[in-house]
Write a protein that binds this ligand. Sequence first.
Ligand code: G4P
Ligand code: MG
Length: 207
Amino acid sequence: AWISRNNIELCHILQRCTRKNRGYAMSDKFYVSYNTVHKLIKGLAKKIEEEGFDPDVIVAIGSGGFIPARIIKTFINRPIYAVGISYYGIDHKHRTHPTKIQWIDEVQEQLRGKKVLLIDEVDDTRATLAYCVGELLSYKPEEIAVLVLHNKKKKKDVEFPPEIKRYYPALEIDDLWIKYPWDAEDIDEHTRKEKEMLEELNGKKEN
Ligand code: G4P
Ligand code: MG
C-alpha cells in the first residue's frame, strides 16, 4: 500500500492531538519531526495523485517550503522553482506586507498554461501565501494548487482568490506555535520532544 498503516495511524494520532491540544501542558508549542514531515508529505502526494491532479511544476515558498518541496519531489517528480517571500526583507527589517526577497524572473514564462503545485510549510495568517498566489496568477498558469503541512484554524487576514480550487493541508491544527525540525539546534532533543508530546497527548485520550 502506498500509505503504510503506520502513516495512517500517525495522521490519526496527530489529528486527535490537534483536536484536544488546547489543554496540552508542554504547550503552546507543537513539535514536528523530519519523519513526520516526510510522512505527511507522502500522504498528501498520494491524495493529489488519487484526485488526478498532475502538476507540471512545483513552486516552493522559501524558506519554510523548501524542504517539504524537496520531499514531495520524491513522490511527484517535477521541477522545483524557488521563491522567497517574507515579512522580513533582505535587510531583516519587519515589513507591514510580505515582500519578495527572491523571485523567478527568468522562469515566469514557464508558468504560463502550466499546472502549479505551490508549497509552503504553514498557512498561518495566509498573508504570504495569498500574496504569492496573486503574483503567480499574473503569469497565467492553468491552475495553482496550494499545499501546506499545517493549516492553523483561525481567522485569516486574507482569503485565497477563487482561482484556487485545490487546497491541500496535511494537518489542520489550533493556533499553536509549530516547531519545525529545520529550526532545531539539537535535532535529537527536538525529535524526543515530539515523541513526548505525542505520548502525552495520546495518554490524555485514555483518561
Ligand atoms: P502564511 O501566508 O503562510 O500564513 O504566512 P504568514 O505571512 O502568516 O507567516 C509569517 C511567517 O511566520 C512565515 O515565515 C511563517 O512561515 C512563519 N510562521 C507562522 N506560523 C508559524 C509557526 O507556527 N511556526 C513556525 N516555525 N513559523 C511560523 P517566513 O517569513 O515566510 O519565513 P521562513 O521561516 O519561511 O523563511
Ligand atoms: Mg514560510
